[in-house]
Write a protein that binds this ligand. Structure first.
Ligand code: CMP
Length: 139
């Protein structure tokens, strides 16, 4: 099963990409596809469209377009739920010790990593960044 992660601009800028990838691989995830992206405003708006009525939507779009981010298609058994465990709660203050966000997130918004929150969203979000063809060719 595949899920989508994005190592966000704060973590890429802070030079934490390698450490986070090592943690994900150590937790049993295989990298099936990866791309360093600089999201456009239109792309970030579309990706986070479910949040468009929320007060944090505009700042979230601004943050996610502020620099390069690393999009990852990750595979493992029960990938969606397992990745959510590894990354920890949205707010690093509430994240469990040893989780990616506890270790590397600065705040609820600048929270180092995104992970899909359901199998349906994982399928949509993987397809947002990676074509069927490149997943097949890489896999
Ligand atoms: P992410 O997993 O990328 O999904 C939605 C993002 O919105 C979330 O991580 C946070 O970066 C951001 N977010 C969620 N809630 C808040 C909040 N209350 N304030 C600021 N940003 C938030």
């Amino acid at each position: 099963m595949l899920t989508l992660a994005i190592i966000k601009p704060d973590a890429v800028h802070a030079g934490k990409t390698g450490k986070i990838l090592a943690q994900l691989e150590g937790a049993g995830f295989q990298i099936r596809a990866a791309r360093l992206v600089k999201l456009t405003t239109a792309q970030a708006e579309a990706f986070y469209a479910v949040h468009r009525e929320r007060p944090f939507y505009r700042p979230l779009v601004a943050f996610m377009t502020s620099g390069p981010a690393l999009a990852l298609a990750l595979e493992r058994e029960d990938a969606v739920a397992r990745l959510r465990e590894v990354i920890g709660a949205t707010d690093p203050a509430e994240a469990k010790p040893g989780t990616v966000r506890k270790l590397y997130a600065e705040s609820k918004e600048r929270n180092a990593i995104h992970a899909s929150d359901s199998p349906e969203n994982a399928a949509r979000e993987v397809a947002f960044f990676f074509s069927e063809r490149e997943l097949r060719e890489l896999g």
